[in-house]
Design a protein around this ligand. Sequence first.
Ligand SMILES: Nc1nc2c(ncn2[C@@H]2O[C@H](COP(=O)(O)OP(=O)(O)OP(=O)(O)O)[C@@H](O)[C@H]2O)c(=O)[nH]1
Ligand SMILES: [Mg+2]
Length: 211
Amino acid sequence: MPRPRPQPDHSATPRVSPLRNLPVEFVGSFPDPAVLLDPALPELAFVGRSNVGKSSLINALLARRRLARVSGTPGKTTLINVYRLPSFYLVDLPGYGWARASKKARASYRSLVRGYLQNRTTLHGVVWLLDIRHPPSVDDREMQDLLAEAGHAVLAVITKADKLGLGARGERVRALTEALELNDDQVQLVSSTTGLGIADLGTSLLAAVDG
Ligand SMILES: Nc1nc2c(ncn2[C@@H]2O[C@H](COP(=O)(O)OP(=O)(O)OP(=O)(O)O)[C@@H](O)[C@H]2O)c(=O)[nH]1
Ligand SMILES: [Mg+2]
């Protein structure tokens, strides 16, 4: 039987991220969730399990290849990394759920991320990343509770779409949306590798800091 020919992935046709032409500057890496940023501007925080693709997504949104450090080794980032755009900050929080982390490292992670998400008055929205291939983990559930408690606007971003075929993608997005009790308009599918969804996400982020 002839095998079906691979179809071009039209859904991945890149449009341009509106963040790509904005000047951006790395502000620094901070251990203190109460760090004062000068000037005080709205912040958008990126959270998700280690290796989910946070740093890759920040690079894709800003169209900078190596601004945020992408690591093959999970659990390396234990600090809050801050990037300044003209009218807001992007904040790359350390990833959770690194299996080999020590008890002490986990506790310090928790207090850093909790402290940041619970007390930050300049935080305008949270971008919560989930890998398309995995059901929500125990740590994802803990983050879900923390986000609900903190009451921030949350945009769930499902990452690494390119790892699955088109049919499987739709199914996984539906399953994750349902499992995490999200609204459809809170969910954005992306691939930092192909550019899928990056322009739409950039548009949503700009709206979140402007609104
Ligand atoms: N195929 C594919 N791989 C990706 C994508 N995004 C990230 N990756 C890969 O996933 C791995 C982890 O990516 P990072 O961006 O470092 O993930 P992170 O969430 O910042 O990880 P930590 O900083 O350790 O929490 C790297 O090997 C990336 O190249 C994607 O959209 N598609
Ligand atoms: Mg990272």
